[in-house]
Every structure is written in C-alpha cells, then in structure tokens.
Design a protein around this ligand. Sequence first.
Ligand SMILES: Cc1cc2nc3c(=O)[nH]c(=O)nc-3n(C[C@H](O)[C@H](O)[C@H](O)COP(=O)(O)O)c2cc1C
Length: 222
Amino acid sequence: MADENKSRPASGPPVFDDDFRWALGDLFAWRRDVRRFLSDPVDCAVIDGLISTATLAPSVGNSQPWRFVTIDAPERRAAVRANFEAANAEALGDYGGEQARLYATLKLSGLDQAPVHLAIFADINTRDGHGLGKKTMPETLAYSVVGAVNTLWLAARAEGIGVGWVSILDPVQINSVLDVPEDWLLVAYLCIGYPQEEHIDPELERHGWQDRLPADTITIRR
Ligand SMILES: Cc1cc2nc3c(=O)[nH]c(=O)nc-3n(C[C@H](O)[C@H](O)[C@H](O)COP(=O)(O)O)c2cc1C
C-alpha cells in the first residue's frame, strides 16, 4: 500500500458512491480494539503500508509529528509487558468491590500474543510546521498523532488486521525501554495482528464495564 499511496493519479477527485459509503460505514462499525491475536505473522510490507497510510492524516501546520517505532527485540517486548503488568496491578488497586472483581477479569492488552508491536510518538519539538498552531494549542501536536493512529487502525481493519491500543503503561519508562528521545511523547502503543474473533460490539461493553452512550447525552446545541 505504501507505493500505492505515492502513485495515486492526481487527475481528479474520486466519486464515492452509495456502495462505498455503505462499506465505509461497515468499516467504522466493525473496527474493534483487539486483544486476542492469532500467531500468524503480518508481512512487514503490510505494516509499512499501514504506516504510509497513517501519514495521510491531517496534522497541525502540516507538521507531521508522528514517529513510528516497531519493537522486535524480545528483551524490549518483555520490558514493555512487565511495565504493563505493573501499571495494570496499580490500576486495579484504584477500584473496589464488584468493580475491582470485574476489572481483574478484563483482558486489557494483547502484548503477550500480538505478532507486531508498534509504538507511535509525537515529536513535540519538531521544527516542521514552523510552530503554526503550537503557540495557542501545543497539544495539537499530540492530537495530530492520534489522527494518524486512528487512520492506521481503520486501514488495518480494512485489511482484516486487528489493532489494540495499550495505554496502561508508564510512558516515560517506555521511552527509556525503546531508547527514543526523551522529548518524544508516547501517544500509542499498539498491538497488531490477525484477530482470533470478530465482533460488532466493543469488548468492554460486552463484558459489562461500559456501555456506549446514547447520542442525546453527548451532543448539545448552543
Ligand atoms: C487512547 C486510547 C487508549 C486505550 N487504551 C486501552 C488499554 O490500555 N487497554 C485496553 O484494553 N483498551 C484500550 N483502549 C481501547 C478501548 O478500550 C476501546 O476503544 C473501547 O473500549 C471501545 O471499544 P472498540 O475500540 O472496540 O470500539 C484504548 C483506546 C483509546 C482510544
């Protein structure tokens, strides 16, 4: 897909028809956070293509602050898993009673199974984009990277590949484990691979942790 992105003809904008819109709706509805992966490997070229697609995302000042790190070294992966286990145990301690019992049953990462680990950082001191937008809303650098993550997530799903976002981590330690610059901000640590199962509903809803919110509770008019 990487080359495909570069070689798209500039002859004119495409026309998206009803069939496309329907399929796109399916893509949004069937994107899932995946924590259970098959052991089948994912071709490196496919991951490169997903990264290339992710870079089509919008970014403040066109700063493109996303930095992608693939983690293959077993000792680095083990350190990330240990980091998750510690953070997750600490998070469990914040809950009590039935909520603690339920939290302990949730599977909150696929770090143990995912064939691909991909960390995505924001280079918040990048000079690209020449600071446009940064003065008033410096957080837009990180928002730009979130947009790239979401683009990658949807593109992966379109290829039948599952993505799971792991945030139960100490981000500062992750910079050190991955030996990346201290001022890169960890935005997402992704587990990627072919999913064991497909669902139309979020796992946390299915397991009674959090339902989706009704539309009338999230929109207001002024
Ligand atoms: C910023 C962010 C961080 C997340 N971190 C975690 C995580 O650490 N562990 C986890 O199981 N899911 C994590 N998720 C996935 C959410 O739990 C999931 O998106 C949500 O439950 C809705 O499910 P769905 O993505 O399948 O629609 C994260 C999602 C986002 C957007």
